[in-house]
Design a protein around this ligand. Structure first.
Ligand code: ZN
Length: 647
């Protein structure tokens, strides 16, 4: 019955597997031996086990025994822990006799643990074990090395220098990574390992923004023991982000940000550089053999400067990281990596798997007359847009919606130009909402400050144009303002991706979109399935499929997501698809359903064909083609009608 439980088999401490016995150095052991059992060891252990069930006994009630729940053999068990720290250089029988006596009096112990940092004599050890046999409980014995593994893996002690970590970061820069890898990362690392074994030279990781691509590279480099690494991106923001990730696993002086020509002379183990600076100085590293090169935001790789780097530098392995593999580019991108795609997951997979936050999207009507704005067939004229979008009434309406839906939430506002961003920022500030702009001319110093203040909540809204579309992200952001017309799916997806990073206390991203009658506005209804392809997989085609379909599946929404449009926005959409050339199977169902729901809400009951003909731009004849009869239509929107209070 009674079993000796090895510390590696205790599920409560599963992260110790990354801190093996031989990874514990002398400095750590020295610190462990000096920990006070009452003021340090016990609270440390208590907080890494965190007993959610509030075990009724506390150490004050039972002499020097910590009682708590731990999980081993995948079962929660009631544990009693005897802890002997620096006051007991050698644990003698008399030092634990009273605790052993008390062990027998505690009801229901399933496992007893003896933890000590110094030496222990045979006699007390034997007495402890035989007591466990008498009680009929399992037991585990932790010495200084075991405690070192627990406390380093749980982030209390720095595994490099043995310092006790305060404020979640050691003086040396080490930051404990308690966060576990997500399933995408785990899969990527596993796949990369196989690819290295097969001596592949290229790999491409396609993961949505926020799924932690850089961490994959960091872990892989660590695993491969690469000694000369080059990390390339096109902005310093991306490099700063990458440095933060590298610091989790590498020492400060192993990491080097290359900022000038002279920095190329003494390369470190991990070197980070912008593509621009690298290209200017490429002759300095043309004869260097890199173990590992990473190109972040690899969808830029088709650009000439990246191609040159890829063709001219010498390396054993090149890893491309990207979030935006739009079909138009994907073929080329994959080819650049020898078609060796390591993992390929989209935003949708991220939300469905819980790795990314779901979104709640609101499409508000924006009273801008886009027909007055010059359009060149691809974009609107920016000067015209500025004139149309920068108006006080619009600002007021936007602030109003923000206060209703996302009051005081950290927010990014996407604007059409720098001027637009500056003016929007002024408007929010004038309204007493502390805001800043984050633009291409914003200095590094300012950026750092903004990020800090934003994090602390001292700034509520940050306005930007497209700097944020790639690279920089604020995981804590909970609200996105789409303040310019979302002219393409690419823009929509990139902006949306900025809000989906998971963060403590964040349950969803709120998206406030302001939609006028801009060209292609109706296409917004096509974007919600989050497929990066130009044309989504069909959600359904034939009427007979309708029986199993509902509102959300027709919109193809990821789990936990929601969308709402203003009635006037639906009018904009239906006006636009009234032009038959705009209709396709990806938008027509969605717009018809929205129009129908709006009508039901307006008249307070289920609408009939004649109600539709009487009230709507798109008449019942189109509905009949797609839904055959009104029963089908009602079935599809049943839940939505219930929510509207319509039976
Ligand atoms: Zn340290």
């Amino acid at each position: 019955m009674t079993q000796l439980i090895d510390i590696d088999n205790i599920n409560s401490f599963k992260s110790i597997k990354d801190f093996t016995l031989d990874s514990i150095n002398e400095d750590v052991i020295k610190t462990i031996k000096n920990l006070n059992e009452k003021t340090q060891l016990e609270p440390f252990i208590r907080s890494c086990i965190y007993d959610l069930n509030d075990t009724p006994h506390g150490p004050t009630e039972i002499v020097d025994i910590l009682t708590t729940k731990i999980t081993y053999k995948h079962k929660q068990s009631f544990a009693a822990i005897i802890i002997k720290g620096k006051s007991f250089k050698t644990v003698k029988a008399k030092d634990i006799s009273h605790q052993i006596y008390r062990l027998r009096k505690i009801d229901g112990i399933q496992i007893s643990i003896l933890a000590y940092t110094g030496n222990i004599l045979d006699q007390p050890m034997e007495e402890f074990i035989s007591t466990c046999h008498d009680i009929g409980c399992d037991y585990s014995i932790w010495n200084d090395f075991d405690l070192a593994r627990i406390l380093t893996s749980e982030g209390f002690i720095c595994p490099r220098d043995g310092e006790v970590i305060e404020g979640n970061i050691c003086k040396c820069g080490y930051k404990p990574v308690k966060e576990e890898l997500n399933i995408f990362q785990e899969e990527a690392i596993k796949e990369l390992d196989i690819n290295h074994k097969l001596k592949q030279k290229y790999g491409l990781v396609i993961l949505p923004t926020g799924a932690g691509k850089t961490r994959i590279a960091v872990k892989d480099i660590l695993k491969q023991k690469s000694s000369l690494v080059l990390y390339i991106a096109h902005t310093y923001e991306i490099l700063y982000g990458a440095i933060r990730e590298f610091k989790y696993e590498f020492l400060q002086d192993e990491i080097k940000l290359i900022k000038s020509k002279s920095d190329f002379k003494n390369l470190s183990r991990i070197n980070l550089v912008t593509i621009q600076l690298l290209r200017e100085n490429q002759d300095l590293v043309n004869n260097v053999l890199f173990d590992y090169i990473i190109i972040d935001e690899f969808h830029h790789a088709a650009a000439k400067s990246y191609l040159k780097v890829q063709q001219e530098l010498d390396y054993n392995f090149l890893l491309g990281l990207t979030a935006t593999p739009y079909r138009a580019d994907r073929k080329d991108i994959a080819e650049l990596c020898n078609n060796n795609i390591i993992v390929n997951y989209e935003l949708r997979d991220g939300i469905d798997s819980g790795i990314l936050s779901p979104y709640h999207y609101y499409g508000f009507f924006d009273d801008i007359n886009y027909s007055d704005i010059n359009y060149n067939g691809i974009n609107y004229d920016v000067r015209d847009l500025e004139r149309a979008l920068i108006i006080p009434e619009r600002d007021k309406a936007i602030i109003n919606k923000w206060q209703q839906k996302a009051m005081n939430k950290s927010t990014i506002g996407f604007c059409c130009s720098q001027k637009h961003a500056e003016r929007s920022c002024d408007a929010f500030n004038a309204f007493g909402i502390p805001s800043k702009t984050f633009l291409s001319y914003t200095s590094d110093e300012e950026r750092k400050e903004i990020i800090e203040d934003f994090k602390k909540g001292e700034i509520k809204v940050v306005f930007t144009v497209d700097v944020l579309n790639e690279g920089v992200d604020f995981p804590f952001v909970e609200c996105l303002l789409f303040l310019r017309p979302t002219e393409t799916k690419r823009i929509f997806m990139q902006q949306l991706g900025r809000g989906l990073r998971r963060f403590q206390g964040k349950s969803k991203a709120i998206v406030l979109d302001f939609i006028g009658n801009f060209i292609n506005a109706y296409r917004i209804v096509e974007y919600f399935g989050l497929s990066p392809y130009e044309f989504e997989e069909e959600t359904f085609v034939l009427n007979r499929d309708l029986k199993e379909k509902n509102f959300k599946s027709i919109f193809n929404l990821p789990i936990g997501c929601d969308i709402t449009f203003d009635e006037k926005v639906i009018n904009v959409f239906s006006n636009q698809i009234y032009n038959k050339s705009n209709i396709n199977r990806h938008n027509i169902y969605r717009i018809l359903i929205q129009q129908y729901l709006m009508l039901c809400e307006k008249i307070g009951r289920r609408a009939k064909w004649k109600d539709i003909d009487h009230n709507c731009r798109i008449g019942s004849s189109i509905y009949k083609i797609l839904f055959t009869n009104i029963m089908h239509l009602n079935k599809v929107v049943e839940n939505e009608l219930k929510e509207l209070g319509i039976e």
